[in-house]
Design a protein around this ligand. Structure first.
Ligand SMILES: NC(=O)c1ccc[n+]([C@@H]2O[C@H](COP(=O)([O-])OP(=O)(O)OC[C@H]3O[C@@H](n4cnc5c(N)ncnc54)[C@H](OP(=O)(O)O)[C@@H]3O)[C@@H](O)[C@H]2O)c1
Length: 321
């Protein structure tokens, strides 16, 4: 089957490690099912995989991709929850020490078919297209958990989202605005700041700008480049919710600011299957749709990866399969 995969990661030039070609069909073990993928979306995780992050030689070749929407063997339209917990695990799958994301231990979604545990399927509502549904399991679920579960934010509060146009950032703007939060963003270009406002942000600032007032929470996926600004932007007792570090993993800790202002640093990763169902319901109830930058055939995956690596995207890249 046609697949997008990695067999020799390249930490310096990840795009050079991208391969598009034939891989064997899945052979699902007991309790797993095969989904015919209709749409799959790209995440920064796939670029990390091309760099070799989290992938050992024994896992190669690995089909990339965490997110998919498609049709199961019974003809049901489904969305795939990307967090694979151990069969014996009960409760929040992200807390299982043995959990992995699709494309880490098990072959991923950027292919014509993917095998997943039957418990990882969530019904796709008819109102959501396959392309839109394929945006939900990683970027959108991560933004949902950061805002409403880990961040525990309430309508009327102000949240700063670092970055406006990425997959997680664009989802956080749309979800936060729909839930009655005042969403502020930073973004690296004037054009992208405008796009952030178009997505629902109440104000958009240059990276590092002094804000009109301090905020209740900051959503951080950028890491080193924005970490200091995130800490400086918080009210005493404010929350820094962090799920990623695209620009670098080792920001200055700024410990005095953290303890004098009693800031809360909260790690957040993906979301549970229950949260994915709630996210989908929330989007249906509030007419919230993912921002999709472009839809490409799987065979043209390289174009989408290059645009993400160059920071050109506004919203998600979706591959139609
Ligand atoms: N822990 C988890 O469960 C989880 C889940 C999803 C994602 N993540 C992580 O979160 C990060 C974002 O993922 P994504 O899929 O949303 O990626 P993406 O679509 O490539 O978005 C990158 C974002 O970073 C912003 N950014 C600002 N300054 C940057 C800089 N100096 N260098 C690079 N980017 C900069 C961009 O904002 P502007 O272009 O608007 O300035 C954009 O919003 C990744 O590191 C990913 O691994 C973690």
């Amino acid at each position: 089957m046609l697949s997008v995969y990695v067999s020799s990661p390249d930490p310096e030039n990840p795009l050079d490690a991208l391969e598009v070609g034939d891989r064997p069909d899945p052979d699902p073990p007991e309790g797993w099912v095969t989904v015919d993928v209709k749409a799959a979306s790209l995440n920064h995780h796939d670029i990390w995989s091309l760099r070799g992050v989290g992938l050992g030689e024994e896992q190669m070749p690995m089909i990339l991709g965490c997110d998919a929407a498609g049709i199961d063997a019974d003809g049901n339209e489904v969305i795939v929850h990307a967090v694979i917990s151990d069969e014996s695990w009960r409760g929040d799958e992200t807390l299982d020490p043995k959990r992995s994301l699709l494309s880490e231990k098990h072959q991923g979604t950027l292919a014509e078919r993917v095998a997943v545990p039957a418990r990882n399927l969530v019904p796709k509502p008819a109102g959501l297209s396959f392309e839109q549904a394929a945006c939900m399991p990683t970027a959108w679920l991560t933004a949902y958990r950061m805002l409403f579960v880990t961040g525990d934010l309430a309508p009327g509060q102000t949240v700063l989202v670092q970055g406006a146009t990425g997959g997680v950032a664009s989802a956080a703007i749309k979800l936060g605005a729909a839930a009655g939060l005042r969403v502020w963003v930073t973004s690296r270009t004037e054009e992208k700041r405008e796009r952030g406002l178009g997505l629902g942000a109440a104000a958009a600032f240059e990276p590092g700008a002094r804000l009109p007032e301090r905020v209740d929470a900051v959503l951080e996926t950028v890491g080193e480049a924005t970490w200091g600004h995130s800490l400086r932007s918080l009210k005493p007792g404010g929350k820094l919710v962090v799920s990623g570090a695209t620009s670098g993993m080792n920001p200055p800790a700024e410990l005095p600011r953290i303890f004098f202002l009693q800031l809360k640093i909260l790690g957040s990763t993906m979301g549970s299957r229950d949260e994915l169902e709630r996210l989908i319901r929330f989007c249906a109830e509030h007419d919230v749709e993912p921002e999709i930058d472009r839809v490409l055939p799987l065979a043209d995956a390289a174009e989408g990866f290059a645009a993400m690596e160059a920071g050109e995207l506004v919203g998600k890249v979706v591959f139609a399969v």
